[in-house]
Design a protein around this ligand. Structure first.
Ligand SMILES: [Fe+2]
Length: 382
């Protein structure tokens, strides 16, 4: 085996790993039980990491010349040399939607503020101790959006978006108390939206009422559940959210009168909760917000004329490499909608990175809370 064989093998391995990572992302976007997903993840890892051994065996036995192996290797080289650079270039040059007129943020390191790392008691708490882990460094983002068709009376309306809280014991409750207090310290929002994955155990729904009662809002608060809630005491999660004063939209529509105008809000908890929401029969004149745990429901939002869709689920990938970005993103679109604001006309979709995760592990992908300020976009500004 010479140096050329080594390089060809390494490039093919990159392509092979990418193909199987995309397949894993696709599997994780489906309503498959977490036990099966863990098994599938293990099988996937074995397939990815056994490649060098198979390659070496193939080189020595001349097995790489079998037509089917040859064809698969060409696919791997194509993915590594064409698909990955193209996708990376497209991601790096993606333009921010023009509705975003301002973005500012502030990072609060709660380990520093508390004087210790609130790693807590969850079985994966050891991950929170790893050096450089940003799991306690919350980025409080503020985004101003100029929207055409927004009622004049709503100019300056604020929406606080929380997602993927994953209450499980890590981080400790005090971390969330500080985060919720900070949200209010920045001013009372008009609307609060919560896009699922509140718990990861059958006990931690008990944190919902005391924590959400620390929040305040002027008009209304809406919540939906995510896939992690689906596998726990989901009815208890819903009743705790309701007890804390939030309107829980389980695959349905709701409306609220704000400053003399009607706001329509739709919640989509699919594909985990069935059946998906029916199409909206509200007047198309009314402004529509959407909550969906996964951005995979973007076409439902577009079809139903939702102007602003809030999502979570992807956690931004949790680990993001320089230039390349995220790797593991549990979406049928893989990394395409990993985090941020996306122009999917007529819908503007925001995918939050979330506050926590079942695996408390974050590198170059801090936990996030986002506050939006809506501005009226006048005809002269178009
Ligand atoms: Fe989540």
């Amino acid at each position: 085996m010479d140096a050329v064989d080594v390089v060809r093998g390494l490039v093919a391995w990159v392509g092979h790993a990418t193909i199987w990572l995309v397949l894993l992302n696709l599997l994780y976007s489906q309503p498959i039980h977490k036990r099966w997903l863990r098994t599938l993840r293990l099988i996937d890892a074995v397939i990815v990491f056994s490649f060098p051994g198979v390659w070496l065996g193939g080189v020595w036995s001349d097995g790489l010349n079998l037509p089917i192996i040859r064809a698969y290797l060409w696919v791997c080289w194509g993915v590594a040399c064409l698909a990955i650079p193209t996708a990376t270039l497209l991601r790096l040059t993606r333009r921010t939607p023009r509705e975003q007129i301002r973005r500012t943020s502030q990072i609060v390191d709660y380990a520093k503020e508390l004087g210790y790392r609130p790693v807590g008691s969850w079985k994966n708490a050891y991950l929170a101790r790893l050096p450089g882990n940003e799991v306690f460094e919350v980025e409080f983002v503020r985004i101003d959006l100029a929207l055409a068709g927004l009622p004049e009376a709503w100019d300056g309306l604020t929406i606080l978006h929380l997602t993927d809280l994953h209450f499980c014991g890590t981080p400790e409750k005090v971390f969330f108390e500080r985060v919720f207090d900070h949200c209010i310290h920045d001013g009372t929002p008009d609307i609060v939206v919560v896009t699922g994955d509140l718990v990861d155990t059958d006990e931690h729904h008990e944190w919902i009422v005391p924590l959400f009662r620390r929040l305040r809002w002027r008009e209304a608060a809406f919540a939906i559940l995510g896939n992690h809630d689906y596998w726990q005491q989901r009815d208890a999660v819903r009743s705790c959210l309701a007890e804390a004063g939030l309107r829980v939209l389980g695959n349905c529509w709701d409306s609220v009168e704000i400053r003399g105008h009607r706001l329509i809000v739709g919640g989509h908890e699919g594909p985990w909760f069935d059946p998906p929401p029916e199409d909206s029969h509200h007047s198309s004149e009314d402004f529509r917000l959407g909550l969906s745990h996964t951005p995979d429901n973007i076409n439902w939002a577009r079809k139903n004329g939702i102007r602003l869709l809030f999502c979570g689920h992807n956690h931004g990938g949790q680990i993001r490499l320089p230039l390349f970005g995220s790797l593991f993103v549990p979406s049928r679109y893989s990394r395409r909608y990993d985090a941020g604001l996306f122009d999917c006309r007529p819908t503007l979709m925001y995918v939050g990175r979330g506050l926590s995760g079942r695996e408390p592990l974050r590198y170059r992908c801090r936990p996030e809370v986002t506050r939006f300020c809506l501005r009226v976009k006048h005809d002269s500004e178009r």
